[in-house]
Design a protein around this ligand. Structure first.
Ligand code: ADP
Ligand code: ADP
Length: 224
């Protein structure tokens, strides 16, 4: 039962950089998968391709069985992305930010669903607050709520704790575990081994565009 299937995925940028070299990867429903690798390994490129932001130069991606090229909309609908950089308007209130993101996907209003998301992320009491007034950790959580607004099956978190202090990192880890309990499949990138260790069921190590190792976390930790 595969949530995401990646086959022979390649990306060569115009500059000539081979960011991905025939990557194969299957992600099961409901698992937390950590893509671990140093800067420049190809993590963001992989996520960007799967989320439809960058075009691959080879290979295929299937999301819940929907082929990326033939069923683009259906596949995209099942994916939520929390990018590294802020993608929220700091002058907007929390509720509007999240509700608008759902509208963009042309989905029916579902206040009960959004209420559940905001409560899971402990943002409910702040729903009327303007983002500018919120802490960095809360803003990150709003980005997650925004990514979940259209009820995706798979959530991508690109370096969710890059440049974040230890306390906030732990808070983020707790949030991700809570999302897993809701049944969301989660794929995150990180260059912190401890983060992969803390959160993931399975870890893939990527280096210079090649997936050099994919292991159950317990097995990987024995090797490191
Ligand atoms: P990571 O997310 O693991 O740090 P990236 O996917 O950002 O890695 O980058 C992989 C490689 O592709 C790096 O060598 C990087 O310099 C290169 N790269 C990334 N984006 C671009 C781009 N838009 N144009 C050219 N090269 C790029
Ligand atoms: P608008 O339609 O312009 O968002 P509303 O009167 O619906 O105006 O919303 C005012 C504020 O109340 C919003 O900024 C939002 O924070 C909050 N809000 C709106 N709808 C809901 C809702 N269903 N549940 C919780 N908070 C809501």
């Amino acid at each position: 039962d595969v949530a995401l299937s990646i086959r022979g995925l390649r990306k060569a940028y115009a500059s000539g950089t081979e960011a991905l070299k025939a990557v194969d990867l299957d992600i099961a429903h409901g698992e937390i998968f950590a893509l671990l690798g140093p800067n420049g390994a190809g993590k963001t490129t992989l996520i960007s391709i799967v989320c439809g932001l960058v075009t691959a130069t080879g290979g295929e991606v299937l999301v819940n069985g929907c082929h990326w090229r033939d069923q683009f909309k259906a596949a995209r609908r099942q994916i939520g992305l929390v990018p590294q950089e802020m993608n929220i308007d700091v002058f907007e209130p929390v509720w509007n930010t999240v509700a608008f993101s759902r509208e963009l996907f042309g989905l029916k209003r579902d206040d009960a669903y959004l209420e559940g998301v905001l409560k899971d992320l402990t943002l409910w009491d702040k729903r009327k607050a303007i983002l500018k007034e919120l802490s960095g950790g809360m803003k990150r959580r709003v980005m997650i709520a925004k990514a979940l607004a259209h009820e995706p099956k798979i959530l991508f978190l690109d370096e969710p704790t890059a440049g974040v202090d230890v306390e906030l990192r732990k808070e983020m880890w707790a949030m991700v575990r809570k999302l897993k309990e809701r049944g969301t499949t989660i794929i995150l990138t990180t260059h912190y081994i401890e983060e992969a260790e803390e959160m993931a069921d399975r870890v893939g190590v990527i280096n210079k565009g090649e997936l050099i190792l994919v292991e159950e976390k317990a097995e990987l930790m024995k090797k490191l």
